[in-house]
Write a protein that binds this ligand. Sequence first.
Ligand code: SIN
Length: 291
Amino acid sequence: MDEFTRAAAKRLTTRPPYDYQQISVRPLTPVIGAEVSGIDLSRKPSEEQLAELRHAFLTHHVLVFRDQRLTPSDHKRFARCFGELRRQQRAAGDDRDPEILDIRADQDSTFVDGNDWHTDGTADAEPSLGSMLYMTEPPAIGSGGDTMFANMHLAYEMLSPTMRGFLDGLTAVHDGLAPWKGYPPPADYVVPKSEHPVVARHPDTGRRLLFVNPGFTTHIVGLSAEESRALLDLLFNLVATKPLLSCRVHWTPNTLVFWDNRCTQHHAIWDYYPHSRYGQRVTINGSRPTA
Ligand code: SIN
């Protein structure tokens, strides 16, 4: 581990202890993820519980709640505690709930949502605050189908000061066509495309983070195509090659995971084919990232 990474990991994990009274919080790694227990999400959380959940969310970025029995309305009510819900674009005549996205894979799948490092919805002008995936049917084989999450504060902080200085002030294009990987999206899909700072500040904590991801970021503004590719590959490879940045969540039936899209990337690992996996995701609206 190089000196910058060691210093960054120490800086990020040195924080005063927090005395949770309403919930129990068990970190998954020092830098990202925590399992939360002592709360039933099928009931409206109290203000005291919400304050502690917010604190845990801003500290650990990914919260895992096990053994929750939730209806779609419970799921949406809990998500609304953190903001308005995003409405999915739906084709005319599709009468599924626009606030709920099915996450489904089975033996007929040729493609699975999220099977690559990405951050949900960064091509939107106002990318989302976070997502909540409620997994009712993890792969029946009993293993596989985990989701990895990476801490993009640490990804930024582990860079040398010279590289950080170079990145500060740059912007990058996030293109909603990128995940389609050359396949045409549905005819009535309005493709989002936005320019965001490469280094953004978390709106709640003010801390800096690397806001590019291989799912949506296509190029860095003001660089040649070759320079942009080389730099993006370097930044994308940080997440792909440094396990220190990430945690891995194993799904058991009725687990809800709430992650912060403003400072994490995730990768849903499709290693369970031909088994199936099913869950429902809701996404919470966010704001335009600032440099
Ligand atoms: C997603 O990318 O939002 C899906 C995550 C998952 O299936 O684990």
